[in-house]
Design a protein around this ligand. Structure first.
Ligand code: 5GP
Ligand code: MN
Length: 317
């Protein structure tokens, strides 16, 4: 794939990523946007995202992210990053109408979509895939910073098993641009607000272990979210904390999105392929980090998930 060739002659370019955008999604979209604006100064480039987390506000282009999806005239090129078309949310109709659709992702569950598609499951992040594509045309400090944010958020600051020697090599090349990377790591990855820490504390307190401690689940309902005055964006990191517990091979964190409806996040080690579990319920993700949306009571959801998790664990033993 050559991005500049694919965009050749384009006047209006749109970029979007998945709903509930995370660091890789926001970082990838803003890196590509800065790159295209630099390389194609006559083109109009717009990033469309629903409620990007304020933690990423210091990235160049964050303030211009559009949450207005009412776009009638077809875009010449539209990029779906870090997801397939079905997770674009409000941006999906803009993608559908675009003259040329390009998909760049690293989710193993994405079979690719659009006219040009590049899905690299070995890559730690979509930003890692983008690095190779953007470096051909030349990157600068602001592009490097956005790519770096994308990578660190998906590989847990070079800690998770998706971190490869290549991930670290790219990280090394990016920090040569001289941005303040310890500050970025601290402020976007580790720092939590007091309320985020409180709801995490509550979720950890009320977690339940099952399958002899091999699995753990915790759930936050709407009432609790209202009490702590938090939204879904404030719940990031809880599932990782659950997975850190000794003996736990698979952690499940759920939060209520509607009556009898939950958003599920899962994390695992080599014992469980959670992308496979999530895909049974219409979701997806990576082998060790995946999610889905489920209907039913909390207990229905846990029973359905644990059936597949237990099956995999039995096959492994
Ligand atoms: P998280 O648990 O952090 O929300 O998501 C973990 C991984 O699974 C991310 O890569 C995310 O994009 C993916 N993921 C989470 N929920 C869904 C979902 O409902 N569908 C799909 N296809 N992927 C999901
Ligand atoms: Mn990603």
């Amino acid at each position: 794939m050559n991005i500049l060739q694919d965009c050749s002659g384009a006047k209006r370019i749109g970029i979007s990523g998945h709903i509930r955008p995370d660091g890789d999604c926001v970082g990838s979209c803003l890196a590509l946007c800065s790159f295209l604006k630099k390389q194609m100064p006559d083109a109009q480039v717009t990033v469309f995202l629903e409620n990007p987390p304020e933690t990423f506000k210091d990235l160049v282009g964050f303030d211009e992210i559009s949450g207005d999806f009412d776009v009638q005239e077809p875009m010449d090129v539209f990029f779906a990053l870090d997801c397939s078309e079905d997770r674009l949310g409000g941006a999906q109709p803009i993608y559908e109408k675009a003259v040329k659709k390009i998909n760049i992702d690293h989710h193993i569950s994405n079979k690719g979509c659009g006219d040009v598609s590049l899905v690299v499951p070995e890559a730690s992040a979509t930003a890692e895939v983008l690095y190779d594509l953007l470096v051909q045309g030349g990157i600068n400090k602001e592009i490097a910073e956005a790519l770096y944010v994308g990578i660190i958020h998906d590989c847990g600051v070079f800690q998770y098993s998706n971190t490869s020697p290549k991930t670290m090599e790219i990280g090394a090349k990016l920090i040569q641009f001289g941005f303040n990377f310890p500050k970025i790591i601290e402020e976007t990855f580790y720092q939590k607000t007091y309320l985020q820490t409180q709801i995490m504390g509550r979720a950890l307190m009320e977690s339940i272990r099952f399958m002899d401690g091999a699995c753990i689940v915790s759930c936050v309902d709407k009432r609790e979210m209202e009490f702590y005055n938090v939204t879904s964006k404030d719940l990031d990191g809880i599932v990782n904390q659950l997975r850190n517990i000794e003996g736990v091979h698979c952690a499940i964190f759920m939060y209520q999105i509607d009556v009898l409806e939950y958003k599920v996040s899962m994390r695992s080690d080599e014992m469980v392929n959670v992308a496979e579990v999530a895909s049974y319920f219409g979701g997806g993700g990576h082998i060790r980090a995946a999610g889905c949306t489920m209907k039913g009571t909390f207990h229905d959801c846990v029973n359905n998930l644990s059936f597949h998790i237990e099956k995999q664990m039995k096959e492994k033993n």
